[in-house]
Write a protein that binds this ligand. Sequence first.
Ligand SMILES: *Cc1c(COP(=O)(O)O)cnc(C)c1O
Length: 381
Amino acid sequence: MIPYGRQDISSDDIAAVIEVLRSDFLTQGPKVPLFEAAIVAATGAAQAVAVNSATSALHIACLALDLGPGDLLWTSPNTFVATANVGHLCGAEVDFVDIDPQTFNMCPKALEIKLARAAEAGRLPKVLTAVHMCGQSCDMAAISALARRYGVRVIEDASHAIGGRYGDRAVGACEHSDICVFSFHPVKIVTTAEGGAATTNDSALAARMGRLRSHGITRDPALMTHEPDGDWYYQQLELGLNYRMTELQAALGIAQMQRLAAFVARRNALADRYDRLLAELPLRLPGRLAGVVSSFHLYVIRVAAERRRAVFDHLRRAGIGVNVHYIPVHTQPYWRRHGFALGDFPVAEEYYAGAISIPLYAGLTDAQQDRVVAALTEALG
Ligand SMILES: *Cc1c(COP(=O)(O)O)cnc(C)c1O
């Protein structure tokens, strides 16, 4: 089976993890700050906070922006459920903004209309999370201009998009957002097995996320309510969690980050090759936004909705591990119980009806890609 995505682990990656196993620190040692420095170097953001998943990073990002009961989080219905779930985990309400049918990302026009209505109704969101679907950045200049006009804070869910670029900056530079979040799950661009990170240019937000990942505790005397009792002393300033990344994960991440540019270059070469090899088939290729370099976490084709199931099944039988990203979040039973219904976000639903993610990962060979194309040609024939 050729999977839709998979990790690429080198002997250097393995050696880096083994070195940690022989060292003094399995957690809370020197590797996590070094991994954070690698993320800072790759993104150009001022600071990075590494945690145990992107879900955790999204959660502490929302907490750091004071999202809570009575507040509203808006995001895209075309995302993994975690992006929306963290809103409810903070006690806030969640709503969605429909997508653009070409890029599969939040549509700035739909956002503009929804914000104007929300302002009239006195029910503006506190936080907006823009999801960079497939690794292609949202139109962040347009989204952030609207967010600024209405006083909305912006998070980027760049779980798919490390190594991508928006204009002349790397995704994660936070030029148009308060916080940007990455995932290091094995199918993503670089992996730490499980892991995530948040970048920001706001040192207060970075410090707060750093505390929230570790129980809300500080060892900084400047933040304490009185002089420390001694060298052992810490204070809990607010309610936090244990979302820490281990040294094993960070060591793997440091080693993987050295290959980030190579991973993204190979994914782009494969995506360009798919564009060429699939051009004559009866399907729609992914659209590209000008001025954006996608990291190509996913390559999503769209076929006629009535044929999607048969094409998908044919490919799976042919040993091609296709998948579908994403079932619109608002159609999940949990979210229907919170007032959403089929038909609420028709562009995301129409996109979902025809979408198939075909294999794309740095280790995919041209010969394997040719097998995918041949199977797809047969399935559509
Ligand atoms: C993978 C993913 C997440 C969750 O990442 P984890 O690291 O598995 O918690 C969130 N949002 C999007 C868009 C993702 O693809």
